[in-house]
Ligand binder design. Structure first.
Ligand code: 5RP
Length: 248
């Protein structure tokens, strides 16, 4: 009994990880198969779910001889596109993005998103807003009726380094909760984004009008962008635990 008591978290985590990974793959494959067509420019998001989408895209490009250009949202996405033998292009020259595909940390019933768990929210929002359609792929854990119900790490806000204390204070005094500097896992220092900035994670303690909150925070001096994606997502694919895909 003692031995079992020491071991279960490991076993459970393995089973959960497999279910979650399968769900991510389901969502990613469904979205790529339905939304990507020949001769398109595709925005490629960041995170772990997008890895499955890029793999599927590479399979299709090879099997169907497709001509696809990929716009990355981070250094991770750029490397991923490159590693899968796909063509990377720059948004400066390819403004017309047909479809952008990306993951999310949480999705509410109105398709408002929290993004930026991986710290790439600014580039992700730029690419999403330049795309004719923005498609989100996620596992079942991200499906929520109201923001904050599932995702407990808060809303990321990218700030220029000198502004992190004033912005943190301003968010807390206007909206409550706590807005904390994101630290590296090693705790050796703050996380630095691809843009050379810092991240605050704002853990809110009540429901808000997210559109208004997003606008107010964006107006604070030193804020680059927020991880609130309002009215951007056209469709969300959730991979479910039972092997189905739920589309919202
Ligand atoms: C990165 C993001 C990711 O899309 C988000 O964190 C979801 O990641 P994952 O697919 O690993 O769950 O916004 O900035």
């Amino acid at each position: 009994i003692k031995k079992e008591a020491r071991n279960p978290p490991k076993i459970k985590r393995g089973v959960l990880n497999k279910a979650v990974e399968d769900a991510k793959k389901l969502a990613a494959y469904a979205a790529v198969d339905y939304h990507v067509k020949d001769n398109q420019t595709v925005g490629i998001g960041s995170g772990s779910t997008i890895i499955h989408a890029v793999k599927r895209l590479a399979e299709r490009v090879k099997a169907e001889n497709l001509n696809i250009l990929c716009v990355p949202t981070s250094s991770q996405a750029r490397q991923l596109i490159h590693d899968n033998g796909l063509t990377v292009v720059d948004i400066k020259r390819h403004l017309e993005i047909d479809v952008a595909i990306d993951g999310a940390d949480e999705v509410d019933s109105e398709l408002n998103l929290i993004k930026g768990g991986g710290g790439c929210l600014t580039q992700e929002k730029i690419v999403a807003s330049c795309a004719k359609s923005f498609i989100v792929i996620a596992d079942y854990r991200k499906d929520s009726s109201a923001l904050g119900e599932q995702w407990k790490k808060g809303i990321p806000v990218e700030v220029i380094p000198m502004a992190y204390v004033p912005v943190s204070r301003a968010i807390q005094s206007q909206f409550g909760g706590s807005a904390d500097l994101r630290m590296a896992v090693s705790k050796a220092g703050p996380v630095v984004t691809d843009n050379g900035n810092f991240l605050l994670d704002w853990r809110f303690d009540q429901e808000h009008n997210w559109s208004a909150v997003n606008t107010t925070i964006k107006m604070m001096p030193g804020v680059v962008d927020t991880g609130l994606f309002i009215n951007l997502a056209e469709r969300v694919y959730f991979g479910m635990e039972d092997g189905t895909v739920k589309i919202r």
